[in-house]
Design a protein around this ligand. Structure first.
Ligand code: PRX
Length: 561
């Protein structure tokens, strides 16, 4: 049975004046929103910060930081000055256009400042998730021969410089005794004036490593042209207006945290909230109330956790500023949408996109009815088709491969040093980008997610490659073979489950389970650690190549659960 449709609740932007449904949308019409359209000078950092200062909005709040310990803001003018200072320090250490500058920091304005400082001088920024462990950091920096890293003292034990020979400078944001350069101390002495390094729309802007079902994570490079779609989806989908206070809960180490936590709101000149600290229903409600958040972008697992933790709590908070809520990253269950509608009186607008797509492609717009269970419809300018195994379009209601007609302004520029991987997204020719997702479309064009066509795991919206976890487990002396799958989970969508063939002589199975979990957690990252481990005598494998048959493991797991 289809869940009840929820009607629109806000007027939203009048997209109808810009686009007629069913007609193509000319993305070039968005160019007029950018200064480079008249000056010819392109840089994402300029459009996010300096232009607002130049247009007389320098005293508006750009960033609003809140944590248990402190709360402060940066105006657009203050942010511009600070970014310029940091950029001058980077220049002094030799950062050049096209260099990779990695940023390994917690959620904090310094993370934004570091990213913009690198971008403003033409470098390609690589934000790293704050919970990455040594190997995850090393794999990324080594893959693209990153030269610079900005981090903090407490993260240094996860930065193994000896194994990252390309790194020429590591900066800390702490005030140190001079063992390594302190970017904050040096910035205090640096000039607030900077000659922005102008780039081409096609030049590299950021790199995010993302997992698939095979191999190590791949480096997805995006270009400055992304700003066209990121600005526009900020208006159409996030519905951002000048007076909004906007909070995206994702860390910039994930693509959502960068695109919709850093770029899109600032391109739209909107105040961005940054919360330093962990999730709890109380902490999050406090942020919503204190910062007077009006637009809020989060993820299904977080909403499910709020649902689980917040019996009645919300009533203690003044959430009257909140007017628009969005979700991304994993399937959003209809029950959660209905719960939110009853509890907060607001719809949750699901959106769909990927690291590779650079911006939202499918979304529930504020002006359209929501069909709970659907990710919404393609946004203007985006054409979606469901294809069968031969690349032929399927009729409504039939599940197949989710394909997007290429191209659009924010599509990835390249997969770093991996043209074959790039080509693999276009198995039926360059017209159709294949997401790797399975979906169907209904008669009205609403898209319904049905799962992945590969073995990639999505746990709490975080993309995890089974191969990466299997390889890590194999490094443990007790493990002879490993097979890793995503197991359905009511809270996290999926959890990582590992099947292990143990080497002879390892008897203490309970102790080993804990040890294996800790091993993955401390060497790779917490979110990759298997929450469930099953010991097995033999793994199912393909006869010819001897590859682990994860599908068989999934079937076996389903039967036994
Ligand atoms: O499987 C889809 C799932 O997340 C994948 C992309 O992951 P990532 O590159 O980490 O980007 C996440 C956020 C931009 C997709 O291939 N996914 C994303 N959004 C949704 C989703 N699955 C179901 N519903 C969504 N709304």
């Amino acid at each position: 049975m289809e869940a009840a449709i929820i009607p629109p609740q806000s007027a939203g932007y009048n997209i109808e004046t810009e686009w007629v449904e069913g007609e193509p949308f000319d993305w070039n019409t968005v160019n007029a929103r950018f200064t480079w359209n008249t000056t010819g000078k392109v840089n994402m950092a300029y459009e996010c910060i300096d232009r607002h200062v130049d247009e007389g909005n320098g005293e508006r709040i750009a960033l609003h930081y809140l944590s248990e310990e402190e709360e402060f803001t940066y105006t657009f003018s203050e942010l511009k000055r600070e970014v310029n200072r940091w950029a001058n320090v980077l220049l002094r250490y030799g950062v050049k256009k096209g260099d990779f500058v990695f940023v390994f920091l917690p959620k904090h304005p310094y993370c934004h400042i570091a990213m913009f400082a690198a971008i403003k001088i033409g470098a390609v920024v690589g934000p790293l998730f704050e919970a990455f462990m040594e190997e995850a950091v090393k794999d990324r920096i080594n893959d693209c021969e990153g030269k610079y890293l900005i981090t903090e003292d407490s993260f240094l034990d996860r930065v193994n410089r000896e194994e990252m020979p390309s790194l020429s400078t590591v900066f800390t944001i702490d005030k140190t005794d001079g063992a390594i350069p302190s970017i904050t101390s040096e910035a205090e002495k640096a000039s607030t004036e900077l000659d922005t390094v102008w780039v081409d729309l096609e030049d590299g802007l950021n790199i995010h490593y993302t997992s698939g079902s095979t191999g190590k994570p791949k480096g997805i490079i995006h270009a400055h042209r992304n700003m066209i779609q990121q600005f526009q989806t900020g208006r159409w989908v996030l519905d951002l207006k000048e007076e909004d206070v906007y909070w995206c809960t994702a860390h910039p180490g994930w693509v959502t945290g960068t695109v919709y936590g850093v770029f899109a709101p600032l391109l739209n000149g909107v105040t961005t909230v940054i919360h330093g600290g962990r999730f709890s229903a109380k902490a999050w409600y406090e942020v919503l109330e204190k910062a007077k958040v009006s637009v809020w972008y989060s993820a299904p697992t977080a909403f499910r956790m709020l649902k689980g933790q917040s019996e009645g709590i919300h009533a203690h908070y003044d959430l009257s500023s909140l007017r628009h809520i969005l979700s991304v990253g994993e399937p959003l269950n209809p029950e959660v949408i209905h719960w939110a509608y009853q509890t907060w009186g607001l719809r949750i607008h699901d959106t769909w996109w990927m690291t590779e797509t650079g911006a939202q492609l499918i979304a529930n717009l504020p002006t359209r009815p929501i069909k709970p269970g659907s990710m919404g419809k393609p946004i203007p300018g985006i054409e979606v088709e469901i294809l069968d195994e031969e690349g032929q379009p399927l009729p409504p209601q039939e599940t197949g491969h989710l394909a997007i007609r290429s191209t659009w302004p924010s599509i990835m520029k390249e997969v770093w040093k991996n043209p074959d991987k790039f080509a693999s997204y276009f198995p039926f020719g360059e017209d159709w980008y294949l997401a790797g997702d399975l979906a169907y479309v209904d008669e009205e064009g609403y898209v319904f997610f049905q799962g992945r066509s590969d073995d990639m795991i999505n746990s709490s919206g975080e993309r995890i490659g089974p191969f990466e976890v299997e390889s890590k487990l194999l490094e443990h002396p007790a493990v002879r073979e490993s097979g890793v799958i995503g197991k359905p989970d009511p809270l996290r969508g999926e959890i990582v489950k590992a099947f292990i063939v143990v080497r002879d002589g390892y008897k203490d199975r309970d102790g080993l389970m804990e040890d294996l979990r800790r091993f993955v957690k401390t060497e790779l990252a917490g979110h990759c650690a298997p929450r469930e481990i099953e010991f097995i005598d033999e793994l199912p494998k393909t006869q010819i190549s001897g590859k682990v048959l994860r599908r068989e493991l999934k079937k076996r797991d389903k039967v036994n659960s």
